[in-house]
Design a protein around this ligand. Structure first.
Ligand SMILES: NC(=O)c1ccc[n+]([C@@H]2O[C@H](COP(=O)([O-])OP(=O)(O)OC[C@H]3O[C@@H](n4cnc5c(N)ncnc54)[C@H](OP(=O)(O)O)[C@@H]3O)[C@@H](O)[C@H]2O)c1
Length: 179
């Protein structure tokens, strides 16, 4: 049965995108990371927020453009209230988060559903649909942007560390959700 993983590369001050969705900073901290490279094999499907799907790609125009630096191929489910018809090849639009998670899990088999996007991750986390969180901490401060997890008024979600890793460009921390 698929597990649901929320993964992202985050600035030390907690942002996964800079102001206005700026992702140009990220290119300096990608690559040379065995944990990130190994994750590619473990992902069976992506569940992607529409803003992430249509957002900046720090590798746009290069061979690394696309999901997980262009290294991953497979079913991608894009969460949106406004699906375009027809979807681009390989993309399935889903208009409801819970059914989107279920569809992605069915497609992922016994691999991970990897969530990309903080808004949909926040909803999935607070609905109890996420099993694990993997964050690569980049040595940079951004000051503003999209937080890894933002919940007005606060929400406490306990985590248990599974592993941590050091790569030249980022520090990885991998947690399971405490149940
Ligand atoms: N650093 C990293 O590793 C990393 C990884 C991933 C993403 N990012 C960046 O982080 C930012 C993430 O953006 P974000 O968190 O604001 O948005 P997001 O989660 O990527 O996408 C949000 C969009 O998803 C749709 N949506 C959300 N909840 C929904 C629901 N319950 N039902 C139907 N549709 C729903 C809506 O699309 P509609 O408006 O179309 O309805 C909403 O605008 C982007 O800039 C992205 O490039 C960074």
């Amino acid at each position: 049965m698929a597990k649901v993983l929320y993964s992202a590369t985050m600035s030390l001050d907690g942002f996964i995108a800079g102001p206005s969705g700026d992702m140009s900073w990220l290119a300096d901290y990608l690559g040379d990371n065995p944990v990130a490279a190994g994750l590619v094999e473990q992902i069976g499907a992506l569940l992607i927020g529409r803003r992430t799907f249509e957002g900046d790609d720090p590798h746009r125009g290069t061979e690394k453009e696309g999901a997980l630096e262009g290294a991953w191929q497979g079913p991608q489910f894009v969460v949106t209230h406004h699906p375009l018809a027809p979807p681009p090849p390989g993309i399935t639009y889903v208009t409801d988060l819970e059914s989107g998670v279920a569809a992605a899990a069915a497609a992922a088999g016994d691999k991970y559903v990897n969530i990309l996007g903080a808004d949909i991750a926040r909803q999935a986390l607070t609905l109890g649909l996420v099993d694990e969180v993997l964050v690569f901490i980049a040595p940079v401060l951004l000051g503003d942007g999209t937080r890894l997890f933002a919940f007005p008024g606060g929400a406490k979600i306990g985590l248990e560390r599974m592993s941590q890793s050091e790569a030249p460009l980022a520090t990885g921390v991998w947690y399971r959700i405490a149940r």
